[in-house]
Design a protein around this ligand. Sequence first.
Ligand code: ZN
Length: 426
Amino acid sequence: MGLEVVSGEEMYHLAERLYPICRSITGNGVRETLNILQEIVPLELHEVPTGTSIFDWTVPKEWNIRDAYVRNMQGEKLIAFDRCNLHVVNYSTPISATVSLQELKAHTHTLPDHPQWIPYRTSYYKEDWGFCMSHDQLQSLPDGDYQVSIDASLENGSLTYGECLLPGDTADEILISTHVCHPSLANDNLSGVAVAAFLARHLRQCNRRYSYRFLFIPGTIGSIAWLALNEPITGSIRHGVVLSGVGDRGSITYKRSRRGNAEVDRAFHHVLDARGGQVIEFHPYGYDERQFCSPGFDLPVGCMMRTPFGQYPEYHTSADNLSFISRESLQDSFIVCTEVLSVIEDNRVYVNQNPKCEPQLGRRGLYRSVGGETHSRETEMALLWVLNLSDGTQSLLDIAERSGCRFRSIRDAAERLIECGLLAAA
Ligand code: ZN
């Protein structure tokens, strides 16, 4: 795969554009988001009707919101949806009423530990109305009555998701999935959306051995819906990664698939070992890898993050805003993805064509032919490892792991050996 430079600026700009939209697990916010992504990726939009049975779940009613506010009796708007969409509990039922401060408090969420931040709360599977505001603001409200209004609808409709398949030389697939159901939150989930969209655009221009399937889906219910409706396709998924929280300033974290040692897990480990970042074990909590790695599917799908969710206080609050993510982190996350994908793309098995004793490398111009002592040492060792271990059973990644050489050196060595006929595809 060629390395086209996608700038962090482009990804950041996309996040900026998507930030104001009030997304949820269903509704027009997701459609509007996917329509914008269609300018970058040839996404196909799918609509799954409310009431559709998907394994143990049912596609919920569609939620749409037009406006919401809390006013004091002087008519002054204390909080307004059009200023910050986190003020309304996502999936809140409609209401228009005058309520006491006590009742307002019973329906309002705050963060006493971070009294200036507004929390992000949802009520997907329990019909209720609610607001979110800063703790300081709630504390400052005097006793009395308040007018509350949420102009929303919760009706039969559909769940929307976007999908893009980039066919490769083989029908074997690499799945890249990200959730698109959060309102104005930047790291979780716009960073993942931005990196996935630009990865798709990048991969469209590359030669691809694998086919790539990109999913832009509402979290949990979206991956369950996709798996329920596409079960036969899952047999073609050879590798996969869920992208989420890839824009903050922390270093990369990769969470292994349920299998623990799938090729994608090893590729991430190899790349992060060299450039820094942590690899953590699988656990059945987190993002959509939970569904892809449920035992009935057990797909080789891990999750790439920067700081793990829940380990930064800004998570699911108004502080996860555009200043919480950086252009540099988005670009770095993009580059890690391309490095891992290039390991997977090039990880093949070869056979040494001259296995009885070492071939004469000097005669073929392969030995001590490259200037620069350390470089030539690594280059020579890579040649020797590839020749020795290429017995038709061990892949280039196996060889890189065992030798301690970088995958790139091993792959370059294999290419040179192929050129001079000492190596052939298994
Ligand atoms: Zn989230």
